[in-house]
Structure formats: structure tokens, C-alpha cells
Design a binder for this molecule. Structure first.
Ligand code: GZL
Length: 322
């Protein structure tokens, strides 16, 4: 066969295989119970999930719960009634899932958890795709230890949604990270519910309670959106975020890199918004080959500081659905 025909065949075959690699979920109906759009990261996770579904020919049924568990439970029951092939859930809080996930199990519908964990029997879900949230908090704490050295440092904490696995785990991790360093004291801690507005409001309260904020050395926020809100509150109080008060958070969304480039933020721990890719790969192998995945698929966590070209990181991330 002429070389040009072999090459054409090869290219055609390659193209066929590459679509075939994702063709196995084509036509599958998969329900996705998403928490809401409380943060830039959450918005990115939604757009990435929709793009990954599209790539695989998945008929994605999307339900936004506006951060209410009862709406998620309602949506999951709707998916069960529809007889979907699988269900993705980003669980807003860790408890209260046993009953509805038992109903999914009894309907033989596999459930995959995205980006947050639950306190329930592991046989109620096929797998969970999430970061190591304790490690994220520990990396943030260790960064603060390294940055302040022996200098006394009162740090305030903006917690995520009460009862959510990231809020519980990131608090634990941060406390592990600063343990043994008596010069660093966690003086105030309150939930900002992962939102910019609440993060700003709570930080305003901290600044007022601490005589305008002169005694605050750092703010640790469980996500960048609350950190961006806190940055605004610090500026409104006439102080310089990033220098008068250090700012460390988690997610690595574009706006935290913009703040870093402006000298107003100091560190973020990256959280990939692409939890759906590994989730769909696991469902593909399970639904089409009966392969039972690992129970926990852990995504990477990487620390970024102003030494890591924040302007370039901003450019690389903006427009990815944040
Ligand atoms: C963490 C994820 C968190 C993000 C926040 O895995 O659940 O929820 O860090 C989002 O931005 O609100």
C-alpha cells in the first residue's frame, strides 16, 4: 500500500481510537448534583465537568443546589427516578447522605463523589475524586511557619462551609502545619462559607475586634474567594494586604494570582477544577468493563507564591470558566 495511504489510514485510525477512547460513555445519561456557584473554583469545576461530558458524548443532567443539601437530595432522587446510568455528587456537607445514597444503591446506580467527602459507608459510592484537603491546610501552615520564622504572628482563619469536608480537613491540616511553633497563634476563626462577600464581612469583623488589625500578622482562608474578600477589607481598613497582613489560601483561581502580582497576596495551594475527568474515566471502566476503581482518587496539591510568575499563572487560568 502506498505510503501516503498508510499514513492516511494511520491518522484515521488514530482519530478513530482517540474518539473510541471516550466513545464508551457516549449516550450514557449521567446526573450531576452540583453544590452551586459559591466560588470561582466551583464555577470552573462546573464548566470543566460540562466540557468533559461533551468530549465523551455523555448526556449530562445538571442540577445546581444553591448550596442547600435538601436540593441535592431532591436532585439525586430525580436522577434515580429517571433511571440515569450514573450520578456525580459534590456533597455540600459531610453528613446526611446515607438514606438517599442507599436508594441509589438499591437502584443499582453508581455514585461518584466530586471534590468533597462524606461520613457514610464507603459501599454507598463507587469512588471519590478529591484533593487531600488535610495536606492543603498543612502546606498553607508550613508556608506561614517558613515565612514568619520566630517572629510572633497572630493569624486569623476564614473557614469554609460549616460541616463540609474541606472546612474540617483544611482547619485540621493548618493546625498540624503550625503545631510546635509557639510564636504563631490562631487567634480568631469563623466561617465565610467559601464566598467573597462573606469572607470580606468576617474579615471586617476581625479587623474591628483587633483594634483595626495592627495585631493581625496573617489571614488563612480555606479558599481564594474568601481571601480576595479579606484583601478588600484589609485595604478598606487602611492596611496593606500581602505585607501588613500576609494572605494565604487555597484553590489557585485567577484572581488570587492577580492579587499576588499586585503584591496583595502571598501564597495559594492549587486545587484542580478537573475532578470530572478522572470520575468519567472510572465510570467508563466500571460501566463498560466492570472494573472497580480505587475508592479514593486523590488530585495533586501544589503551592504557588509570588516567585512563581503570578501574572503568567493568571493569564493561563483566566477564561477556563472561573
Ligand atoms: C474543595 C472544594 C471547595 C473549594 C471552594 O475541594 O469543595 O469548595 O476550595 C469551593 O472554592 O467552594
Amino acid at each position: 500500500m502506498a505510503l501516503y495511504k498508510q499514513l492516511a489510514l494511520g491518522a484515521g485510525l488514530a482519530a478513530l481510537l482517540s474518539t473510541a477512547a471516550h466513545a464508551d460513555l457516549s449516550g450514557k445519561v449521567i446526573g450531576f448534583s452540583q453544590i452551586g456557584s459559591e466560588s470561582g473554583w466551583r464555577a470552573a469545576e462546573t464548566s470543566v465537568t460540562k466540557a468533559e461530558a461533551e468530549k465523551r458524548g455523555v448526556d449530562l443532567k445538571f442540577a445546581d443546589a444553591q448550596q442547600k443539601q435538601e436540593n441535592q437530595i431532591k436532585a439525586i432522587r430525580g436522577f434515580i427516578a429517571q433511571g440515569v446510568d450514573a450520578i456525580l455528587v459534590a456533597p455540600v456537607v459531610s453528613t446526611g447522605w446515607d438514606e438517599v445514597l442507599t436508594e441509589a444503591k438499591e437502584a443499582s446506580i453508581p455514585v461518584v463523589l466530586l471534590d468533597r467527602g462524606i461520613d457514610a459507608s464507603q459501599d454507598l459510592y463507587l469512588t471519590s475524586v478529591a484533593s487531600d484537603q488535610v495536606k492543603e491546610g498543612r502546606v498553607a501552615g508550613e508556608w506561614l511557619v517558613k515565612t514568619v520564622g520566630d517572629k510572633p504572628c497572630n493569624v486569623v482563619e476564614l473557614q469554609g462551609t460549616v460541616g463540609s469536608s474541606p472546612a474540617i480537613n483544611r482547619k485540621q491540616g493548618f493546625e498540624e502545619g503550625i503545631a510546635g511553633h509557639a510564636n504563631i497563634t490562631l487567634t480568631r476563626s469563623q466561617t465565610g462559607d467559601f464566598t467573597r462577600a462573606k469572607g470580606k464581612e468576617v474579615m471586617e469583623g476581625f479587623l474591628k475586634a483587633e483594634g483595626g488589625g495592627k495585631s493581625i500578622c496573617a489571614v488563612y482562608a480555606h479558599n481564594d474567594d474568601m481571601a480576595v474578600g479579606a484583601i478588600q477589607a484589609i485595604k478598606d481598613a487602611g492596611l496593606k494586604p500581602g505585607s501588613d497582613i500576609l494572605v494565604v489560601s487555597i484553590d489557585a483561581v485567577p484572581d488570587i494570582f492577580a492579587a499576588m502580582a499586585a503584591g496583595e497576596a502571598n501564597a495559594t495551594v492549587e486545587l484542580t477544577p478537573n475532578m470530572a475527568g478522572p470520575a468519567f474515566d472510572a465510570l467508563d471502566a466500571f460501566l463498560n468493563g466492570g472494573t472497580v476503581p480505587e475508592k479514593f482518587i486523590i488530585t495533586e496539591s501544589k503551592l504557588y507564591t509570588p516567585a512563581d510568575n503570578p501574572q503568567g499563572e493568571y493569564e493561563a487560568r483566566k477564561g477556563l470558566g472561573y
